[in-house]
Design a protein around this ligand. Structure first.
Ligand SMILES: C[S@@+](CC[C@H](N)C(=O)[O-])C[C@H]1O[C@@H](n2cnc3c(N)ncnc32)[C@H](O)[C@@H]1O
Length: 402
């Protein structure tokens, strides 16, 4: 393999397909919604790659640009602006060639960590979306993610590909613990490009502290080293704590474990961080849709009788209802439906689509256990409104009764 890992771009692999779907299907409703703020959108693909794979399949830059162009063509809002930037350490020339048909695009040749601050300078009133899809973990500086959220932008969202197993493997190396996966095929369908390699030095501890945003990972590796937990549990604990760490500065953090085969342990995590409840609910619905599609690929069309969440846990209607009641019974003062749903997803994970939550809420409203204020309160024909979703000029507030 060449130093630049050129063969990553020879043809698109299944795991790239899942990432692209998650990004592409989220961007469409996200861009449509964000244009309503009437503030410019700055989209940055921080590890952009070549723009296109050798087999002609679009990479993340072309996927995003195509969607943004569609959104600009269909929006009724006047004077909207989208500026996009694509950073890559190795492939700026390929990007220039592959993105030449698009306007208002900057291509930056260099490292994300050296260029991102300058790129975001003077963007204080903008909506910023960062897509962060590196090969390894080295450049994922959590402290930098903190600074992005310090209120300088109108809104800020991150979608991060976190190679959580890569982190555990390096953490084991740094703490001199043997890294063992019992499944010999584990890495078979996920070739790692440019893996980060650290050793047991003070600098390596500091590097991992910066990536994790703290030293909580050391306790996880100590447990792993003593045999209390296996490496899969270590990965799960790390991902959970990492999301919790991000949520110090981003109110809503969701993660989607990516598996390539069904019933497999996750290979890596796609993490979405935002301070806006709408973005969180949009992403939760998107994760459910992607998960269903992925499940179809994984099970090759075999039907499953029960709904499962992305952790392969069976989620039946009863469990969903139980969790909805547990959460909404805490809403003792009026709260926007979207905000309450976003908090639900952060608390329980993405266990169902927002439409499923709405279904349960409607029955609770009918049973007079939940009060609901809708705006507009009546339809054009003068009937009482019954919608249970916000957006398109409609708002819903809810409050628990009993
Ligand atoms: C996983 S690939 C990105 C794939 C791309 N998102 C796509 O879907 O087509 C990671 C890219 O990061 C680039 N890269 C590596 N280190 C970098 C750094 N420090 N800053 C910016 N780009 C970097 C590599 O050249 C590679 O193209």
């Amino acid at each position: 393999m060449s130093k630049k890992n050129d063969d990553f771009f020879v043809e698109k692999k299944p795991w790239s397909e899942v990432k692209d779907q998650l990004l592409g299907c989220y961007l469409k409703p996200y861009v449509t919604k964000i244009l309503h703020t009437r503030k410019p959108l700055v989209y940055v693909d921080c590890f952009a790659g070549k723009g296109k794979f050798g087999d002609g399949e679009p990479g993340s830059p072309l996927i995003a640009l195509e969607i943004m162009q569609e959104c600009l063509a269909s929006t009724k809002i006047k004077d909207v602006r989208i500026h996009s930037a694509f950073i890559d350490l190795n492939y700026a020339d390929d990007l220039r060639t592959n993105l030449r048909d698009y306007h208002d695009v900057s291509i930056v040749s260099g490292a994300y960590e050296d260029n991102i601050d300058k790129l975001l300078q003077n963007k204080t009133t903008c909506n910023v979306f960062l897509y962060i899809d590196p090969y390894g973990i080295k450049a994922l500086d959590c402290l930098k993610f903190d600074t992005f959220a310090n209120g300088q932008f109108n809104t800020i969202e991150l979608l991060i590909n976190m190679n959580s197993f890569g982190f555990i493997r390096e953490a084991c190396r740094v703490m001199e613990a043997e890294f063992k996966v019992d499944d010999s095929n584990f890495f078979e369908d996920l070739v790692e490009y440019d893996p980060t390699e650290l050793n047991a030095t003070k600098e390596s501890f500091e590097a991992l502290n910066r990536i994790a945003g703290g030293d909580y990972w050391q306790e996880i590796i100590t447990k792993y080293k003593s045999g209390e937990i296996d490496c899969y549990k270590a990965e799960e604990c790390f991902s959970e704590k990492y999301c919790r760490r991000l949520s110090r500065n981003y109110a809503y953090v969701l993660n989607m474990p990516i598996r390539i085969k069904q019933n497999q342990h996750p290979k890596y995590r796609m993490i979405h961080a935002t301070n806006h409840p709408d973005g969180c609910v949009l992403m939760a619905d998107n994760i459910c849709n992607r998960w269903e599609l992925l499940k179809d690929i994984q099970s090759r069309g075999q039907l499953t009788l029960f709904q499962e969440d992305f952790n392969n846990q069976i989620i039946d209607e009863f469990t969903i209802k139980e969790r909805v009641i547990e959460h909404f019974s805490q809403c003792n003062t009026w709260i926007s439906l979207t905000e309450a749903e976003a908090i639900f997803y952060v608390k329980f994970g993405v266990i169902c689509k927002s439409g499923e939550i709405a279904k349960v809420l409607k029955t609770l409203e009918k049973d007079e256990r939940l009060e609901v204020i809708r705006d507009p309160s009546s339809t054009e024909k003068g009937k009482s409104s019954t919608f249970m979703a916000e957006g398109h000029g409609k708002t819903v507030r809810v409050k628990w009764v009993r």
